[in-house]
Write a protein that binds this ligand. Structure first.
Ligand code: MN
Length: 696
């Protein structure tokens, strides 16, 4: 247990001007406030805040932080009041203690493991003054160090779980790798005692078996660098049990198969030396592909800089090597705290840090108010994030611009699928409303609801998008298959004889398809022609005498359709390539393609309208013409001849009126596209016997 005078000495060692009286006053205040409270270890409670303060002196933190650590549990656990603390220790300390107390309260709400990631970020964003967070992390670290004193296994596991899920990643986030590692190791030991024990044992055996392997490799590394003129401090260590365990789990390998359990670090004089060192190492030992990372040219967001590589050392032994300067090393070990320490003591290198940290330090210095500070900090960290709440107060983290539909899918897929409406802060709002930070969102659901294709136009999260797409796709396939089946039934009607009971299986085999649904889909999507289907069902059925083969469907492609969606060219307007077109989509049917001027569109009010255009390779369609010709011998033949000379096939022809010397015909002709049709119409009009020719 750390004594009062020991704590003072630790502070004085790096900050000779520290206000001793202030620290002593805090010590006495905390001791009195906690009175006879005891820790699970049996120690007096006030030993805990002193230890927490001790941990923070290792990071060379300023006296306000140390005093905050000493007082951090007084408001929560004793009768002490914020006013008292402000009067005795000043405004700053009061604010910091208040911050730590608030963090503890938020933490108490975190039951749901899934919310942990959000909570962690929220804590960070809400921390405002980074010192609040440092005290909280040191507090948690000390509680983890003394975790084994707690009798209830359930409570120990809960605390360990929370440390693993929230605090260790939080420490990592701000670059406090030492804190992170120790927390993970302690939590891992509690959560997976067997795995921990077996890994610890194996590590021990490794030591015994191979002697001072780590030291030997480390010496060799140092000698190799020195021989090439680089002065380096080389440290070697085994990886931590938790990181070994995680690797084993990630790669599904056993401890024996896991070859890199050793890591080395070369600390060199300058950034140039880092790269030279890297070169020397790669020249001497082959590197393992995919393991090289340069965090010097691209630092991590928390400011971490280092070069990582893994090489195959002698005898197939893989070792990981980190290369960095001593300044980078300080940041790596203590993260943000290192920069805080620089501010108090040595200001060197602070400006050279990653902008994220220098921004933060800058903000801490200059922010006029707590709100401003918080706003800046949050902005620096989460410019692109918002936080919204469920009615139960659970926190959901979303990207900026997210809507209630994104929110619903973030909570649960089923909730997203069944969304029919949303209340934002108690008011019913459109589903496309972008959420704002702090909104409380209640999703209104209906079991009968399905994901709507229109949602795709406003959702921003990948999860929502993927779920909606998947649903729409499967729904569309169902519709396509149903449409194909309708066409199939018509095709069967055209066969000269009823189908035998094995005809279907035979047809599938001939068409190289596996199941009915596939055939129906192919028919609906016009991947297989009617003739091909008829021939597959009943070979010879389309070439028999007296049966005219129906016109082959030609290639049609339409832009604007989701691939795999069935479409039909509308019978009312017979669109052909080149026409401006629009699609009508009705539930349970494929898309009906109409020309933009079609009267049939008036019936489409209840349908979804889809913007469409012809695909480049589209060729062919059936156009309907009304042609009035003079009643003269040879007139019909002349008309047919014009069609023939233009390469247009007459599919059907019907006389609709006979008016004295004029006959009116409706013709369906197959043409390539609108230009083709226009040339034909022009040719007809230029003919003497034709009095008018119009497209219907
Ligand atoms: Mn505490």
């Amino acid at each position: 247990m750390l004594r009062q005078y020991e704590l003072l000495e630790k502070v004085r060692a790096y900050d000779p001007d520290a206000d001793e009286a202030l620290i002593n006053r805090a010590y006495v205040f905390s001791m009195k406030a906690h009175g006879s409270q005891k820790r699970a270890s049996g120690d007096p409670y006030y030993s805990h805040p002193i230890e927490v303060a001790g941990i923070l002196t290792d990071l060379h933190l300023d006296e306000e932080t140390i005093v905050t650590a000493i007082l951090h549990d007084t408001i929560e656990d004793t009768v002490a009041t914020p006013e008292e603390i402000e009067r005795l220790f000043g405004e700053n300390v009061a604010r910091l203690v208040d911050g730590v107390t608030k963090l503890s309260k938020i933490e108490a709400q975190s039951e749901n493991q899934r919310a942990a990631e959000n909570l962690r970020k929220f804590l960070l964003a809400m921390s405002g003054d980074i010192r609040v967070l440092l005290v909280k992390l040191a507090d948690r670290l000390h509680n983890m160090r003394t975790l084994h004193f707690i009798k209830s296994e359930e409570k120990r596991r809960r605390i360990a779980r929370e440390t693993m899920d929230i605090y260790a990643p939080l420490a990592e986030r701000i670059g406090m790798y030492e804190f992170m590692t120790e927390m993970q190791t302690l939590a891992f030991r509690e959560l997976e005692p067997d795995a921990y024990a077996s890994i610890a044992k194996r590590l021990e055996q490794l030591h015994r078996g191979e002697g001072d392997l780590i030291e030997r490799i480390g010496r060799g590394l140092k000698a190799h660098l020195e021989a090439n003129g680089i002065e380096a401090e080389v440290q070697g260590r085994e990886k931590h049990p938790y990181s070994i365990w995680r690797k084993m789990a990630e790669r599904h390998v056993s401890f024996e198969q896991l070859s890199d359990v050793m890591a080395f670090r070369a600390v060199v004089g300058s950034t140039e030396d880092c790269y030279r060192t890297l070169g020397l190492i790669h020249q001497r030992w082959p590197m393992v592909p995919g393991r090289f990372k340069d965090f010097i040219s691209t630092p991590k967001r928390n400011g971490y800089r280092s070069i990582h590589t893994t090489v195959i050392h002698d005898e197939q032994m893989r070792i990981e090597i980190q290369i960095r300067t001593s300044d980078m090393h300080a940041t790596a070990e203590q993260g943000v705290a290192a920069h805080w320490a620089y501010k108090v003591g040595v200001p060197e290198e602070a400006t050279d840090a990653h902008p994220w940290i220098s921004d933060l330090v800058e903000i801490l210095d200059h922010a006029a108010s707590a709100e401003e500070l918080l706003e800046h900090t949050r902005m620096a960290l989460y410019q692109d994030r918002i936080f919204a709440f469920t009615p139960k107060g659970e926190l959901i983290q979303l990207p900026k611009g997210a809507t209630p539909v994104d929110f619903a899918y973030a909570v649960h897929t089923d909730l997203g699928d069944q969304t029919v409406g949303a209340k934002i802060n108690g008011r019913v709002m459109p589903l496309r409303t972008p959420l704002e930070n702090g909104d409380q969102v209640e999703i209104l659901v209906s079991k009968a609801q399905h994901p709507q294709p229109t949602w795709l136009s406003f959702v921003v999260t990948g999860k929502a998008r993927a779920k909606i797409r998947r649903f729409v796709k499967s729904k569309e396939r169902e519709e396509t298959v149903a449409l194909g089946r309708k066409i199939f039934d018509e095709i069967v009607q055209r066969l000269p004889a009823p189908l035998g009971w094995e005809a279907m299986a035979e047809a599938l085999r001939r068409l190289h398809l596996h199941e009915d649904a596939e055939l129906m889909e192919a028919i609906a999507l016009k991947r297989v022609s009617d003739v091909a289907v008829m021939e597959a069902l009943m070979p010879g059925s389309t070439t028999r005498d007296g049966v005219k083969p129906p016109p082959q469907r030609r290639a049609i492609s339409i832009k604007g359709l989701t691939p795999g969606v069935a479409f039909q060219l509308a019978e009312c307007c017979h669109p052909i390539p080149g026409d401006r077109i629009v699609g009508l989509r009705r539930e349970g049917e494929g898309i009906e393609v109409h020309t933009i001027g079609c009267d049939g569109l008036a019936d489409g009010i209840d349908a979804d309208w889809v913007d469409l255009a012809w695909g480049d390779e589209s060729d062919g369609g059936t156009a309907r013409l009304c042609v009035v010709i003079r009643n003269e011998p040879g007139a019909l033949a002349t008309m047919a001849g014009i069609m023939g000379s233009h390469g247009a096939n007459i599919v059907s022809m019907e006389q609709t009126a006979r008016d004295g010397s004029f006959h009116t015909f409706h013709l369906d002709i197959e043409v390539h596209d609108v230009q083709h049709l226009m040339r034909i119409i022009a040719a007809l009009r230029a003919t003497e016997i034709v009095s008018s020719a119009e497209r219907l």
